[in-house]
Design a protein around this ligand. Structure first.
Ligand code: HEC
Length: 166
């Protein structure tokens, strides 16, 4: 290769890298982002956690463990976070549900109001199933369990609802 064609080759390949490099890198990055998104849970996986934490909070209130009830509610909501990325439109419905329909439950927990909690709890349970209906999962109907979903926690314990670390 003479000097001129070496220079030409260098110029051409440098130009190719400048022009195509970012596009190639971008394509790669997008592919990687899509791949990561593809393995982040959508609704079914976090909903299992929602179901369990929702059941557990009832027994926490019954046992006077108000902090555990508040904790269950907080992480019931946090469990759905992956859906904000994987199912943004449907996540908005969840967000609205938690911020509006679920508020009476949270208010009762914070006020240590057992009667208020029981009535808000059974009311909101119907709204869980309403959303299932609306999203074509009417065959998933939430019912109250006779026992908490997780039995490895002490539910009967005195605690304050504001004792959950921020
Ligand atoms: C924004 C709508 C919406 C709300 C509100 C909602 N869900 Fe769901 N839930 C779904 C959808 C959709 C599914 C089906 C899973 C899927 O689409 O991947 C589901 C599935 C479930 C499942 C079955 C999970 C499994 O695969 O084993 C349970 C349990 C559940 N929800 C409990 C609840 C409880 C309890 C509440 C209320 C505190 C609730 N859900 C509120 C939309 C909702």
């Amino acid at each position: 290769m003479n000097r001129k064609s070496l220079v030409n080759t260098l110029v051409v390949s440098t130009l190719a890298m400048i022009i195509c490099g970012p596009a190639m890198a971008e394509g790669d990055t997008q592919g990687q982002i899509d791949a990561i998104k593809g393995v982040i849970p959508k609704f079914a996986v976090p909903m299992r956690e929602v179901g369990d934490r929702f059941q557990n909070m009832y027994f926490a209130v019954e046992g006077g463990n108000w902090a555990l009830a508040a904790y269950m509610s907080k992480y019931m909501n946090a469990a759905m976070k992956p859906a904000s990325l994987t199912k943004p439109k449907e996540y908005e419905s969840w967000k609205k549900f938690y911020e509006e329909s679920f508020t009476p439950v949270n208010t009762a927990i914070q006020a240590k109001d057992k009667k208020g909690f029981e009535s808000a709890y059974s009311k909101v349970m119907g709204k869980c199933s309403d959303c299932h209906d609306k999203m074509d999962y009417g065959f998933i109907k939430v019912v109250k369990m006779k026992m908490p979903a997780d039995v490895g926690i002490e539910y009967k314990l005195n605690s304050e609802p504001d004792a959950v670390p921020k």
